[in-house]
Design a protein around this ligand. Structure first.
Ligand code: FAD
Ligand code: SF4
Length: 347
């Protein structure tokens, strides 16, 4: 790990000011991604500190944003008839254990409860969770020279190497790394928006616009500017939110990332699916909302045959390698099982 300096921000505007002042005096060049910036905000540190120890990320300055959640005007969860608002500075545990989330948004609670370990969830924030970086083994080990995400233009060792855990949707010839998070899938499915704060202004964008697919520049992962902070996630209160689940399939029953997962919400009335919301985890380079699967279910009866049609639609653009080809069938079966379970829910 290289030496770095550390400061603590006490308010949101203090954090934005510190970040922008430090970035202005760093050698960061415009056009580079936030993740390459020499100045990084640090929340729980469970991903960033890990990558610093591995020398994958080498920021010179850290701005600690953990005090922000203690500000009296920042609530972990607030809700009204139209919206649920989650503070990005809240811990995964705070959100997972909140009674409104447990009752009205089971998918969100489950996507957090099934992630990492209790200790990590107590430390890690949801803002950090959606920005965590891939677990691709070649990315995390600097002794491998080929990794376009870590070292642009160097090639991709995973495509011909060990790609078992990697993506089959949204891949490119330059990177097939999976977005590793669980919670992001619930944000994608529930059509969240993200409020972002910079030095001079706030902006709100659809969650689906936050992450960038790898294309020819896998080193650029989000649309965030380096001095910007994610402040909140805003989820519209919709009729499908209560009938929702997050199903995660992994190598072991706890403390493992998803091989495949499905975040599924259905609005069923009079025996018909009025609307479906679906996102898939473990298979996409970014949180993967499947509008094709949603459309395949609209105004259909919730039954096995229609669930199979939706699963085929969800994976029709999949591209597999020899090592991760199993994810195609596993992903479809995960979605079918999630749809079956959510259709049977009593609400
Ligand atoms: C052993 C292990 C197992 C895990 N298993 C899972 C799992 O199964 N599922 C899962 O989803 N996750 C899993 N994780 C990942 C874990 O959930 C993340 O590390 C954690 O959520 C990151 O949150 P953090 O607050 O610690 O982020 P940090 O490490 O502090 O930050 C991560 C990144 O986000 C940036 N950042 C943080 N907050 C903000 C903000 N508000 N605005 C802008 N930028 C910000 C930081 O600059 C940094 O680049 C696991 C982690 C470990 C170590
Ligand atoms: S899949 Fe992406 S992160 Fe993994 S080695 Fe290839 S370029 Fe690097």
């Amino acid at each position: 790990m290289i030496p770095f300096s550390y400061s603590r921000a006490s308010t949101l505007s203090d954090a934005n000011l510190q970040l922008s002042a430090k970035i202005a005096s760093s050698s960061f060049e415009k056009g580079e991604d936030k993740v390459q910036a020499e100045v990084q905000p640090i929340a729980g540190g469970t991903n960033l500190a890990d990558l610093m120890k591995l020398n994958v990320m080498q920021p010179h300055e850290l701005v600690d944003i953990n005090q922000l959640r203690l500000q009296p005007d920042i609530k972990a969860v607030s809700s009204n008839e139209e919206n649920l608002v989650l503070s990005a500075f809240a811990t995964m545990s705070e959100i997972a254990n909140n009674e409104i989330i447990l009752r009205d948004y089971p998918m969100i609670a489950q996507s957090l409860q099934l992630a990492a370990s209790q200790q990590i969830r107590n430390m890690a924030t949801i803002g950090g969770n959606i920005l965590q970086r891939t677990r691709c083994a070649y990315f995390r080990d600097i002794s491998f020279s080929q990794c376009n995400k870590r070292s642009p233009g160097s090639g991709c060792a995973a495509i011909t190497g060990d790609s078992r855990a990697l993506a089959i949707l949204g891949t490119s010839q330059d990177c097939i790394a999976t977005h590793p998070g669980d919670f992001s899938q619930s944000m994608a499915a529930l059509e969240a928006t993200v409020t972002i704060s910079g030095k001079n202004a706030k902006r709100t964008i659809p969650f689906s616009a936050l992450h960038k697919m790898p294309g020819s520049s896998p080193n650029i992962e989000t649309i965030l500017q380096p001095d910007e902070l994610i402040v909140s996630l805003n989820i519209p209160a919709k009729p499908w939110a209560r009938r929702s689940i997050y199903l995660k399939i992994r190598d072991r029953a706890s403390y493992a990332f998803a091989l495949t997962s499905a975040a599924v919400a259905l609005d069923i009335s009079e025996g018909t699916i009025k609307n479906a919301r679906i996102a898939l985890g473990g298979v996409g380079t970014v949180p993967w909302r499947s509008i094709d699967a949603e459309q395949a279910l609209k105004n259909k009866v919730p039954n096995d045959q229609n669930f199979k049609i939706a699963a085929e639609a969800a994976f029709k653009s999949a591209k597999t390698t020899e090592k991760n080809a199993f994810k195609l069938e596993l992903g479809k079966q995960t979605l079918i099982r999630a749809l079956t379970q959510v259709a049977a829910m009593e609400i």
